[in-house]
Ligand binder design. Structure first.
Ligand code: VAL
Length: 378
């Protein structure tokens, strides 16, 4: 009886339109990234369906708020897998959440594409876990090297990081290795929490260490406040922010003090591929601004699912598949394919790690207290 019931439960038809789950932060401080991810995903759905979806079958994005903590991400994943019966999931926003939620998808055999999880070790969570977000190992060093180009006299580097966040811990490790490899001195290492708002102790230590560069790994809200407090307490040197600083949603937090901040980028609106130029044009038309990295990556996540589904659909129509079988086939196809995305040409290695070719660095230029932009310097 139990076996029969389980058998019946596992033999589920694929519904049309084809449901793809989007489990990113729509609330909490992490929505500073999540808002941009939703914007990117929405545009992907619109453009994919305008071009005939998957061999004539439209896709439908199903949103579940993964908020900013592990439990919300787990709940979002569970709802998408069991209630919404999606073919795959783009999410969650934070690596910290991915380490908790991805194992649920792995056990249920649902392909996951991490849209922004950049900590080391994400694809290694399981066979069904891949990412479209290049890891800290390949991105983080670029901004630091750019800082040295701007000011070759830099010698003493202060390092700050959020110790309760898996990505920040991972990224600071890469930053510290790069600092040493460049022959610079780590003048001090200061730890904080992503929930902190007062960084006086850490900033005072940075000033006492006589640093001529500060490198920070944190998320947007805490990170923005760290920058503000560094400047308020008269730190004058360059600041490099990690991937958590890569959103204009940071600007209302550090305001004019964001000016000059260097951030490495896994995406540029200037990237010249035809796919990207169409994406930029459509994004501007819809949102009246340039696409940011988090939006481009979420778009790429949805696109990879759609491109891989199209290959499968050509062999056997999606509606004829058993849902479980389709999820497994989709996972295989994701890893086998090559994708022309706004991030450039993407492939995955056999573990699901992204293979991306181009990276960039931008410097923040503030126009007034709240408005500014990332100016590409590399
Ligand atoms: N990239 C980070 C992470 O992996 C944040 C900024 C989304 O958690």
């Amino acid at each position: 009886m139990i076996g029969a019931a389980l058998g019946a439960a596992s033999a589920q038809k694929v519904e049309t339109p084809v449901a793809i789950g989007i489990a990113v932060a729509q609330t909490s401080n992490v929505a500073l990234f999540g808002q941009e991810q939703v914007a990117g995903a929405k545009l992907a759905e619109k453009l994919i369906n305008a071009r005939g979806g998957i061999g004539g079958t439209p896709i439908r994005l199903v949103y579940q708020d993964a908020a900013g903590d592990e439990n919300s991400a787990i709940n979002a994943f569970q709802n998408l897998i069991t209630k919404e019966r999606v073919v795959g999931i783009v999410g969650p926003t934070l690596s910290q959440q991915a380490f908790a939620a991805d194992p649920i998808a792995e056990r249920a055999r649902i392909p996951v594409l991490g849209p922004s999880n950049t900590a080391k070790g994400i694809p290694q969570i399981g066979n069904y876990i891949a990412r479209v977000s290049a890891p800290v190992t390949v991105i983080a060093p670029a901004a630091l090297k750019q800082a040295l180009k701007i000011d070759p006299k830099i010698k003493r580097v202060a390092v700050m990081y959020a110790q309760n966040d898996a990505f920040s811990v991972s990224e600071t490790g890469i930053f510290q290795d790069t600092i040493k490899a460049q022959g610079l001195t780590v003048a001090t290492v200061q730890k904080s929490q992503t929930t902190d708002t007062d960084f006086t102790t850490q900033v005072t230590a940075v000033l006492n260490a006589k640093a001529d560069l500060v490198v920070i790994s944190a998320l947007a809200a805490d990170g923005g406040n760290i920058i503000k407090q560094l400047r308020q307490l008269s730190y004058k040197g360059l600041i490099v922010g990690g991937n958590g600083f890569n959103t204009t949603n940071l600007f209302p937090v550090c305001q004019k003090d964001c000016d000059g901040l260097l951030v490495a980028q896994a995406y540029s609106p200037l990237q010249s591929s035809a796919t990207n130029q169409v994406f930029v044009k459509e994004y501007r038309a819809l949102y009246k601004k340039d696409p940011p990295q988090f939006a481009a990556q979420a778009y790429a996540g949805v696109q990879v699912f759609a491109d891989a589904l199209r290959v499968i659909d050509r062999k056997k129509k999606l509606a004829q598949w058993d849902l479980g079988d389709l999820r497994t086939e989709l996972n295989k196809q994701i890893l086998a394919g090559k994708y022309n995305t706004p991030l450039g040409e993407l492939r995955f290695d056999k573990e699901g790690e992204i293979n991306q070719k181009e990276f960039f660095v931008a410097q923040v230029k503030m126009k007034d207290a709240k408005n500014g932009s990332f100016v590409f310097v590399k």
